[in-house]
Design a protein around this ligand. Structure first.
Ligand code: SIN
Length: 305
């Protein structure tokens, strides 16, 4: 960067060109933006995936961070089976589930709801010691308009930071707390609070276990404090990072139709649901796939820059 050029004339904040991915054989893939998101055709989620489809859906998720499927009609069991192809299922610490199916989380808001799920930018259940790797949301009933979900790439948010800021953040850890998020949240649905909710410490920058890329891993929903620095510095830094990662440059916005499915990678994406459709009904189910403890692997060019 030329130090004397005014900030607004220094070119794009993020110089990301859309990657050229190897061809897919069983899927067709249409990007939403050069940075994240793709609509996938050629898969019926009510049927078991062939090994090649499974491998290509996984690759599409790694390539695009969040993928979308239209015109899907999985039963609860088929939805769960699709999730199980990608790993053991994660059980939500607080949210209600379908009767007899504890791994099928209910996502629903209507005219009586005091809240809707996911209205704050977050990565799902990042307060867990091993937070979910992915979430698979099937919306079967949509409002006439509205109810979009926004997704933001935390690779892009990390890449757009200055090298100085990357050096500052790399190796720091932060506290992710479920207490303020979950206590009392589902009381209107008859859910009794647990004595405690998860609380974990994770790297501020995490290395994605599949792609090896670095992603920012703090979020407005759960992250309360950066460890090992004074509280005022932590507050200021989190304020900056939350604002930075919510830059629309890093986002795509998915417009649901009834019977769409979104599959996002919580390790590199945050999301936020829009509750702009009251008093209408929006309803579906989420299956969530377990992940591993986040880790950070230094990259040599950052350490020596
Ligand atoms: C969630 O955070 O899983 C809910 C997302 C949505 O309803 O769009």
């Amino acid at each position: 960067m030329n130090q004397t050029t005014p900030a607004h004339l220094q070119g794009p904040r993020l110089r990301a060109s859309a990657p050229t991915n190897a061809a897919y054989h069983t899927l067709s893939v249409r990007r939403l933006t050069p940075i994240l998101g793709a609509e996938i055709d050629g898969v019926d989620l009510s049927q078991p995936l062939s090994d090649e489809q499974f491998q290509e859906v996984g690759r599409a998720l790694a390539d695009h961070q969040v993928i979308f499927f239209r015109d899907q009609h999985p039963t609860p069991e088929q939805h769960l089976a699709f999730g199980q192809r990608f790993g053991h299922l994660h059980r939500h610490p607080a949210a209600p589930h379908a009767p007899g199916l504890p791994d099928l989380m209910i996502i629903q808001a209507d005219e009586h709801s005091p809240r809707a799920n996911g209205e704050v930018w977050h990565s799902d259940v990042s307060c867990d010691a091993e937070p979910p790797m992915g979430s698979i949301l099937y919306i079967h009933t949509c409002p006439p308009e509205g109810g979009d979900t926004l997704f933001a790439s935390m690779y892009a948010a990390y890449d757009a930071l200055s090298e100085r800021m990357k050096r500052y953040l790399n190796g720091l850890t932060a506290v992710h707390d479920g207490e303020h998020v979950y206590r009392g949240t589902y009381a209107n649905l008859g859910v009794q609070d647990k004595p405690t909710y998860p609380r974990s410490v994770h790297p501020v920058v995490r290395t994605h276990p599949v792609t090896g890329k670095q992603a920012l891993y703090v979020n407005r929903g759960f992250t309360t404090q950066i460890a090992g620095i004074p509280a005022d510095e932590s507050d200021a830094m989190l304020r900056y990072l939350f604002e930075h990662m919510e830059n629309p440059l890093f986002q795509c916005r998915f417009r649901w139709q009834a019977h769409s499915v979104a599959f996002w990678d919580n390790r590199c994406v945050q999301h936020r649901a829009m509750w702009d459709y009251w008093p209408n009904l929006r309803s579906g189910f989420r299956v969530t796939v377990k992940g591993d403890a986040p880790f950070y692997t230094p990259q040599t060019e950052i350490m020596t820059a």
